[in-house]
Design a protein around this ligand. Structure first.
Ligand code: PHE
Length: 447
């Protein structure tokens, strides 16, 4: 506790890290598959509206709490509470966030492990090592455990090095790579036969597709994609300097995250149609587009196979992209429990990372041993239920519990004449009334 608290070294450092957290499997896999299974472009439109109208204000709530309190999620919420009851609520919400972030990581590490396995497979295939390739792409318990462990080890190594030397350094290195690979892949896919049909499905909305289920999916997707509710953004905000304007940084992160999701759709949806042109089965017997894991681990690999030698390179690039996206997100999840432990117990950052990392890896192992019962359940519990509920609670803290003057003071820091902006006029009441009401309404309606 005694060492001075670390900070991001610059605005860019923060934006890279926060965008790295936000841009993950949720963007490159979740968003295009949700789009595909929710009828295409109409989902894209609703998603963008919700990202800016709901998720951005909620993101701001987290960033501002974190930067004000400069502490982990539990301590930060306690800091802005104003009495015994709200202090207890703060502890409850804080720990709920810490546990949810850890559980998200426990399934995320499994999925990210598959990406790593497929990345290795693109190499074994180039080398002609068929047996290794079969093992890497088979759904074996051993393979799943090994690659989950490998991915957790990478995540832990980065978090153990701290904010500047770990999170910021790796995010600034990896995010430009991610963007480069993504653009290159998209351009390549666009030149293939069938891509234009995919583009049409992706870009021409059919508004008759909009229904409560679609809206809930879009909201869940927006919350997951911006890493909201679980304290990730709160903790990243706590490493920001008072000289930076929060509304601007938050808007930048939201914009970058949504743009990358959009770009991912430009890559994946046309790729599905190219695959179909190449003779790959892309629709299930009931006529729906194959969306879940089968899309990434069957449809796309078959597409790469059908591309000949070029396919090997494309596969390598694609699974590198997925792995990079995953690791810049997983570090932000691990930072939530680790920052709590480092700040509130005598354990050092290295020790905290090791202990928390091992516990989460053990949970991932339990999920793998009981895959059919637990995998889907943990995903639903954390992303469909806990994230929106926690999102509402964060808004309640900012809008109802935190002393209004202190909130406004914090908002002013780093942003000259903010009083003349629309943000200043709208946001404080917006998080107080509109955000919680909208999130709850969407949630209840869809249940
Ligand atoms: N935003 C990440 C993604 O899109 C997932 C995430 C959720 C990260 C919650 C941190 C916290 O994949």
């Amino acid at each position: 506790m005694s060492a001075p608290r670390e900070q991001f070294s610059s605005k860019t450092g923060f934006v890279m890290a926060a965008a790295g957290s936000a841009i993950g499997l949720g963007n490159i896999w979740g968003f295009p598959t949700q789009t595909a299974s929710n009828g295409g472009a109409a989902f894209v439109v609703i998603y963008f509206i919700l990202a800016f109208v709901l998720a951005y204000p909620a993101l701001m709530a987290e960033l501002i709490i974190g930067r004000h309190a400069r502490a982990n999620v539990v301590t930060s919420l306690r800091h802005i509470s104003n009495g015994k009851k709200s202090y207890a609520l703060a502890s409850g919400v804080g720990f709920y966030g810490v546990i949810t972030a850890s559980l998200i990581l426990s399934f995320y590490a499994i999925v990210a492990g598959w990406m790593l396995a497929y990345l290795f497979e693109s190499i074994t295939q180039m080398l002609g090592w068929t047996q290794a390739s079969e093992w890497l792409t088979g759904f074996g318990l051993q393979r799943n455990l090994i690659f989950m462990g490998l991915f957790m080890a990478m995540t832990m190594a980065i978090i153990s090095s701290g904010i500047k030397g770990g999170i910021e350094k790796w995010s600034t290195r990896l995010m430009p790579m991610l963007l480069f690979i993504m653009i290159a892949l998209t351009v390549y896919v666009m030149t293939q036969d069938g891509a234009m049909e995919g583009l049409r499905v992706y870009l021409l909305p059919d508004f008759s597709q909009i229904n409560p289920g679609l809206i809930l999916d879009a909201m869940g997707q927006a919350f997951f994609s911006l890493s909201l509710g679980v304290g990730t953004m709160l903790v990243y905000g706590s490493y920001l300097s008072k000289q930076d304007s929060l509304p601007k940084l938050g808007a930048a992160v939201t914009l970058v995250d949504s743009s990358i999701a959009f770009l991912a759709g430009l890559l994946i949806i046309p790729a599905i149609f190219v695959a179909q042109k190449n003779g790959v089965t892309v629709f299930t017997e009931s006529g729906d587009m194959i969306a879940g894991p089968d899309l990434i681990f069957q449809v796309l690999p078959s597409l790469f196979d059908s591309m000949g030698d070029m396919g090997l390179i494309v596969a390598f690039a694609f699974f590198s992209l997925m792995s990079i996206a995953a690791v810049t997100s997983s570090i932000s999840m691990l930072e939530v429990p680790v920052s709590y432990m480092t700040e509130e117990t005598p354990a050092s950052r290295h020790q905290s990372t090791l202990i928390v990392g091992l516990i989460i890896a053990a949970i991932s192992a339990i999920i793998l041993f009981n895959f059919n019962d637990l995998f889907g359940l943990v995903i639903d519990l954390t992303t469909v239920y806990s994230q929106p509920i926690l999102g509402v609670l964060m808004c309640v803290f900012v809008g109802w519990i935190w002393h209004r003057n202190n909130l406004l003071e914090e908002l002013k820091a780093g942003h000259d004449n903010i009083e003349s902006t629309l943000f200043w006029k709208i946001w404080p009441n917006y998080v107080r009334f509109v955000c919680p009401a909208l999130i709850l309404a969407t949630f209840i309606r869809a249940l």
